[in-house]
Design a binder for this molecule. Structure first.
Ligand SMILES: Cc1cc2nc3c(=O)[nH]c(=O)nc-3n(C[C@H](O)[C@H](O)[C@H](O)COP(=O)(O)O)c2cc1C
Length: 145
């Protein structure tokens, strides 16, 4: 259990364009490469969800920086735990912004997330993550069904 994994949701302090969010993810990617952190950043309808994983110290240091970033607010940690292995070993900071109309046009998008997001097959958290991602998009799309 030597990998710390944090998942949080937050709200952008304003609405960002895909380019702006891509810039945030870019900074993350280069910092995270240095700190040996991996994870995923999602953006949908003004809200973020991020999973960040790595050594306890690196996650702690980076998460503190993220929390004090004024580009988002209302940071709500959903999970903070020590796990056996990374769920996203190949993602320095995989990023996806899903447009509302794309989601409306493809309601089975959730079903595609496991492979689409490169969740490592058989990883402990696999199903949990899928549930979290689905929850995130479902809540944000206002579809509570
Ligand atoms: C939603 C969101 C996610 C972020 N994710 C990361 C990340 O994964 N890694 C990272 O180093 N910085 C991330 N950042 C940027 C940090 O908050 C911070 O701006 C950056 O690390 C540079 O910090 P510094 O200016 O103190 O050097 C994120 C910012 C936001 C708003």
């Amino acid at each position: 259990m030597c990998i710390r994994q944090i998942v949080y949701v937050s709200s952008g302090t304003r609405e960002y364009s895909s380019e702006e969010v891509e810039k945030i993810a870019d900074t993350g990617r280069s910092n995270n490469a240095q700190n040996e952190l991996t994870g995923v950043l999602l953006y949908y309808d003004g809200n973020f969800m991020q999973l960040i994983e790595g050594s306890a110290d690196s996650v702690d240091e980076t998460y503190k920086r993220i929390v004090s970033d004024t580009r988002h607010t209302g940071i709500l940690p959903l999970q903070d735990s020590m796990v056996e292995e990374r769920s996203f070993p190949d993602y320095r900071m995989g990023f996806s912004s899903i447009a509302k109309d794309a989601l409306a046009a493809s309601p089975d998008l959730f079903e595609k997330l496991p492979t689409g997001w490169g969740v490592k097959p058989g990883a402990d958290i696999d199903q949990k993550l899928v549930v979290l991602f689905r929850t995130f998009f479902t809540i944000n799309s206002g579809n509570f069904a």
